[in-house]
Write a protein of this length. Structure first.
Length: 332
């Protein structure tokens, strides 16, 4: 079974697929001002690795998720997208116990509690810039909610590393729960406020239907992602938290059967997402804005399919090797 063919033909979304017209402009900034500029020091002596990051086209991924954001509002989203890539790769080979320090400092920087000068993490300056950009468009309350979601991402990452360290598989249910956090979609969903310009009150963000829709969106991106990541995860020893491999292990079935079970679980959650979207409770004066937010949420799903199946990061083994990442974190 060809995973790419399965993704293209069987994972179907009845949602619009739009793309931000500023993608090329921000991709140029990503490559020239960030990868080869501000953050050059990270991989200064490794032009091949920098080329891999450029080929991941992070601004084009962001363009599918935030299709209508004006260029100045689109920029922090693109910076966040590059940060998620750098951060994932930097810490994929870390000890689980090291993640807590990175999480604590990252959250403190984003909340303005410590300066970059006080931080000791490699990506501190990147997060400082991100906070400054976000504050132009959303209040501290929104940033606090965003940082809570970044915290969830780190907790998910730490859980993954523990399974990897112990060479143990979680159950399917445990894996779905940890991947919901570690897929790092929750932070992006909070930033829809940047795109729409509407700051929704806390009671809407805390509403069980809204929380469930966000969880389902995270599940759906994960179920899709796992199919195309099997080869990468086998190469990096990360199979212990790939849902397809977890299904294969728990059910003792073939890889092909595990792909199909992943698809079944995906379609189950997709049906629930569509049902909830079509029957939202009445949110009063905020109802139209909530409907619009869920609409944007749905475009993340169709947009991820549209862009990710074209990315070399998954389809041509274009990702950093463990050795070069370890060297970056532990320079001698």
């Amino acid at each position: 079974m060809n995973p790419l063919e399965l993704l293209n033909t069987q994972f179907k979304y009845p949602f619009p697929t739009l793309k931000n017209p500023n993608a090329d402009q921000l991709q140029e900034i990503t490559e020239n001002q960030w990868i080869d500029g501000e953050y050059l020091w990270l991989y200064e002596n490794n032009p091949d690795l920098r080329k891999k990051y450029k080929k991941t086209k992070t601004a084009h991924i962001a363009a599918q998720w935030f299709p209508t954001a004006p260029v100045e509002r689109f920029k922090p989203i693109c910076r966040l997208m590059l940060w998620t890539l750098y951060n994932d790769d930097l810490y994929e080979e870390s000890e689980p116990n090291d993640i807590e320090n990175v999480r604590t400092q990252s959250i403190a920087i984003l909340n303005g509690e410590i300066s970059n000068a006080e931080a000791t993490i490699p990506l501190g300056a990147m997060l400082t810039s991100l906070r400054q950009e976000l504050l132009q468009f959303i209040p501290q309350e929104s940033i606090s909610r965003f940082t809570q979601m970044i915290s969830r991402y780190f907790l998910g990452l730490e859980a993954e590393l523990r399974y990897k360290q112990n060479k143990m598989f979680p159950t399917i249910a445990e894996c779905i729960t940890l991947r919901e956090d570690s897929i790092c979609l929750y932070p992006f969903l909070q930033l829809t406020e940047i795109e729409t310009g509407i700051i929704l009150p806390p009671e809407i963000h805390e509403h069980p239907v809204i929380r469930r829709l966000q969880a389902l969106a995270c599940h759906l991106v994960t179920f899709f992602n796992e199919v195309q990541s099997v080869m990468k995860d086998e190469a990096t020893g990360s199979i212990y938290y790939n849902i397809v491999k977890v299904i294969q292990n728990e059910r003792q079935i073939s890889l092909e059967e595990a792909y199909l079970e992943d698809l079944r679980l995906h379609n189950e959650d997709l049906r629930e997402f569509i049902t909830l979207q079509a029957s939202l409770p009445d949110f009063g004066i905020w109802h139209e804005a909530v409907v619009n937010w869920v609409h944007y949420m749905s475009m993340v799903l169709s947009g991820w399919k549209n862009i990710s199946t074209k990315l070399d990061r998954y389809n041509a083994m274009e990702f950093p090797g463990a050795k070069e990442l370890k060297e970056k974190l532990n320079p001698t």
